[in-house]
Design a protein around this ligand. Structure first.
Ligand SMILES: [Zn+2]
Length: 397
């Protein structure tokens, strides 16, 4: 009897939520479109107007909202708190910045039109990740949950700048127990319980200049670079054998090269930039040691500089957040959501580092992100909205 009453109560909650989403949905798409119309390219880091828009809308909704001018005074971030009855909180995280649009002539329409055509919302940021920002904003507006929601809208994600990491320190003042986290990057509503990391190195190779008519009197730094590239190719074949339950194998690729300054001079310098992607279980420091050993064996005159690093992340598929998101997402779409590895680095690295049980999940196809004619299905925005509303209702009881 009690189970029947409970089921009935759940159905009631769900139908009320569906009704609330249905009522709000045109406004959610409108907000996503407005966000696309306000460019927030990074580089150069022009999130300001978009952040101010988010701040003023959340204020309009009556939410406790803050404009955070750290770490960059000219690039504000936004935080809002929806307070519940107990101290447990979920942090919803999204980034305001987008990559630049590229050549606008390559687009079939204005990259900042925010237009809906044939069931798709178009524009730079539609997938990555302004539709998700709109969902976060509006679900927080009508959510009615026992715990607390912390909304964090970060700058600088596209260039691995300290946006979300600064916000994680900022929110300490609310004295909430941030148990769960959700980073709303596009996963096509699948649950990314892990993500790959990346580490980037600049390798400076030294040779000796001479007249190009007497190359043996010099040491050609570009020829040295070709030996390093061969070694990296062998290394890539080796690491491709590493297995992970969800992630594709690690990779290592030369992505930039520069050397030489005149056609008749043997080059004395050559620089390579290497992109090494990590699977969960690997660390940036260990990989740096591997690469140093690899080049040491070639007995060259070189320097290595680590120019960036994002650690891989993995949480248990049986964690409360993974199970709850999987269930809510499957229920909202009517088909089973998958458990996947997010192939790129995200700000979830910072949440997990703070021991928040957190994963990546959101609407949109990652293949459309950063692409010409970036677009997202309106149906998927709706499914994402329903799923997030269900999750918030059920997770923080
Ligand atoms: Zn993103």
């Amino acid at each position: 009897m009690s189970i029947i009453i409970l089921l009935h109560a759940n159905d009631l909650v769900k139908s009320e939520l569906l009704e609330a989403v249905e009522k709000k949905f045109p406004e959610i798409v409108q907000t996503a479109s407005e966000l696309i119309k306000i460019p927030s390219r990074n580089p150069p880091g022009e999130e300001k107007h978009c952040a101010e828009y988010i701040y003023s809308r959340l204020k309009e909704f009556g939410l406790e909202t803050y404009l955070v001018t750290e770490p960059f005074s000219s690039r504000p971030q936004v935080v809002a708190v929806v307070r519940g009855k107990n101290e447990n909180a979920i942090m919803l995280n999204g980034h305001i910045d987008t990559v630049p649009e590229g050549d606008p002539e390559s687009w079939s329409m204005d990259p900042f039109s925010g237009k809906v055509k044939d069931g798709l919302l178009y524009g730079r940021g539609s997938v990555d990740m302004k539709s998700a920002l709109a969902i976060m904003m509006h679900v927080a507006e009508f959510a009615d949950i026992n715990g607390n929601i912390l909304l964090t809208f970060a700058v600088g994600e596209e260039r691995a700048e300290p946006g979300t990491s600064t916000l994680l320190s900022y929110v300490k003042k609310f004295d909430l127990n941030v148990k769960y986290g959700l980073v709303l990057e596009p996963t096509a509503l699948n649950v990314a319980s892990c993500q790959k990391g990346g580490v980037w190195f600049k390798i400076k190779l030294k040779g000796r200049a001479s007249h190009a008519s007497a190359p043996d009197q010099g040491v050609n730094a570009i020829e040295i670079a070709s030996k390093v590239m061969q070694a990296i190719n062998d290394y890539r074949i080796l690491i491709a054998k590493k297995k992970h339950r969800l992630a594709d194998p690690p990779t290592c690729t030369v992505t930039m090269i520069s050397g030489g300054f005149k056609e008749n001079v043997i080059p004395d310098k050559c620089e390579l930039v290497i992109d090494r992607r990590l699977v969960p279980g690997e660390s940036g420091n260990a990989v740096e040691q591997e690469l140093r050993l690899l080049i040491d064996r070639l007995q060259l005159d070189y320097e290595v500089e680590k120019i960036g690093s994002r650690e891989p992340v993995e949480i248990d598929d049986n964690s409360a957040i993974a199970k709850a998101v999987l269930e809510a997402s499957s229920e909202a779409t009517g088909k089973n959501a998958g458990i996947v590895c997010f192939p790129g680095a995200t700000d979830n690295e910072h949440l997990v580092a703070k021991r928040i049980e957190s994963l990546v999940w959101g609407p949109g196809n990652l293949n459309k992100a950063h692409a010409i004619d970036e677009c997202i299905s309106i149906d998927e925005i709706k499914h994402g909205t329903v799923a997030l509303a269900l999750l918030l209702k059920r997770l923080l009881v």
